[in-house]
Ligand binder design. Structure first.
Ligand code: GDP
Length: 490
């Protein structure tokens, strides 16, 4: 089937149709206003409500962010909470502190979800880094302020919530534990004022933690807590669409609900100059001269084992069946037609096996070759907390988002980020079944939406106070194609 010809990048669209503020400095972040020269314009309408919500948020962040008098007062109150019963929800600034966990793809998705929650609740979002592995990966997203939680050793400036690494499921300060101590009753729990609370939203979260997605907990208990700290390894944004009190605001910001990460991800995540250097180098060497750009992202998960041979055969069935790449026999014969001329395939994978084999298939470094195959890195294994690995990973996610056609791995957040930034639906390699690739006809399917999947939805019916099915609660949230336990916005 013929694909529509790619629209071309528009370097003059520096502000991405009004998504970005013009008030940031070009030189400290070359990618922010430079990416428009590489990535195609969005095909997803951007609502004026989202644009004004972002501009309003930027003003709030400028007022409440680190270094401001309001921030110092808020930290002071955290250090010495008042006991005179004043309503903390009337305080000028409240905060959401995000702490990292899991791989970079998971972190980008959880941070985006946290930002959406901050937008909905007028909280200021701050990143607690925990180490230096996120340094020099992203630019600062908000004008005239920082999103990094200051953590230096100067006693006055140091942050009163110590040792955030210990915060995990079951921590006494967690929403789940607080509610557990009050038999799940939000109104009883809110009698006790908390200066801060931890919200555990990792995949292992329990029934009481899941009440985060209930209206009464949002309206009562949580609204009154000035500082929230959260840890999530998931794209929990769809869960916010399950909360009735956010419904009207979300509908105005996202009249079409299928491009939430696409817009917020393009708004928040700009490669640092170091990462942008890698992206533009890769682009220049691999993609720049190609007639068509193909991105292939291959991930092998321990929980879904498959052999290299099986997976390679699955990739070939997918790219040939869906006319993404020509069959090798006919590639040179068809050399004279523009249809197959000059395709560049970039692989993102921890292993080089797949790209090596594909390169051999298309004739190595023959100058007349029709299909050229590249792979920027093959790190062999995933290391947590490694800055260079994060930089390479983000460079590759960004590069893949410039592709005309993408093939990704089911359930990979790495793939979700690249498809979301691109705003184009990828071909998704189906999950192996008991160690075997699916039959050739079912090797891959086009994703139903560019939205990432929320892998561990709350599955809680707040009104009935019982287990529920998050994929059957509202019309525009349903179970994911690539990971049926999860849910996604459509
Ligand atoms: P997921 O595990 O596929 O959902 O993706 P994550 O990004 O959360 O975690 C995988 C991590 O492994 C990445 O953040 C990288 O550090 C590393 N990784 C996995 N695949 C690749 C790849 O293709 N290229 C690079 N550079 N790193 C990768």
């Amino acid at each position: 089937a013929a694909r529509p010809l790619a629209t071309v990048p528009d370097p003059s669209d520096r502000l991405l149709g009004g998504l970005l503020s013009p008030d940031l400095d070009d030189r400290s972040c070359l990618s922010r206003y430079g990416v428009a020269a590489y990535r195609r314009p969005s095909m997803h309408p951007l609502s004026s409500h989202l644009v004004s919500a972002l501009r309003r948020y930027e003003s709030l962040h400028r007022l409440c962010g680190p270094g401001t008098p309001a921030y110092s007062r808020a930290v002071q109150r955290l250090r010495a909470p008042t006991t005179n019963g004043s309503d903390p929800s009337s305080e000028e600034c409240s905060y959401l502190v995000w702490t990292p966990t899991a791989g970079l793809g998971n972190q980008i998705l959880s941070l985006t979800s946290a930002f959406l929650y901050a937008l909905l609740t007028d909280r200021t979002l701050l990143l607690h880094r925990g180490g230096d592995d996120l340094d020099d990966v992203f630019c600062e997203p908000f004008p005239g302020s920082t999103w990094l939680l200051p953590t230096n050793n100067n006693d006055d400036a140091s942050f009163p919530i110590r040792d955030m690494k210990r915060l995990t499921i079951g921590a006494p300060e967690s929403l789940g534990s607080v509610l557990g101590r009050h038999d799940g009753s939000s109104s009883s729990a809110q009698q006790q004022q908390q200066p801060w609370m931890y919200v555990h939203l990792r995949h292992d979260y329990k029934a009481h933690d899941r009440l985060f997605f209930c209206d009464d907990v949002q309206a009562g208990l949580l609204r009154r807590v000035p500082w929230l700290v959260t840890m999530a390894d998931n794209y929990f944004a769809p869960g916010l669409f399950l909360v009735p009190r956010f419904e009207a605001q979300l509908a105005r910001m996202f009249p079409r609900r299928d491009a939430v990460f696409h817009h917020l991800g393009r708004y928040l995540f700009h490669p640092s100059n170091t990462v942008w250097g890698m992206v533009t180098r890769y682009h220049g060497s691999y993609f720049a001269r190609a007639h068509e750009r193909v991105g292939v992202q291959v991930r092998m998960f321990k929980w879904a084992p498959i052999s290299v041979d099986e997976l390679y055969a699955q990739i070939l069935s997918c790219v040939h069946r869906e006319n993404i790449l020509p069959l090798p026999g006919i590639s040179t014969a068809a050399n004279t037609t523009t249809r197959w001329r000059n395709k560049a395939v970039v692989f993102a994978s921890l292993y080089s096996d797949f790209s090596d084999r594909l390169r051999d298939l298309y004739g190595g470094d023959d100058k007349e070759e029709v299909v050229s195959v590249f792979q920027p890195s093959h790190l062999g294994a995933q290391h947590f907390g490694d800055r260079v690995q994060n930089q390479k990973a983000f460079a590759e996610m960004t590069l893949l988002s410039f592709a005309d056609v993408a093939v990704t791995t089911a359930a990979s957040t790495f793939g979700y980020v690249s498809q979301g930034l691109a705003g184009r639906r990828p071909w998704v390699l189906a999950r192996p079944d008991h160690g075997k690739a699916p039959p050739p006809g079912a090797a891959c399917r086009m994703a139903p939406t560019v939205e990432p999947c929320f892998h561990s939805p709350p599955n809680y019916d707040c009104r009935a106070n019982a287990r529920g099915d998050s994929g059957k609660t509202v019309r525009y949230i349903r179970h994911c194609d690539d990971f049926p336990q999860g849910v996604q916005l459509v």
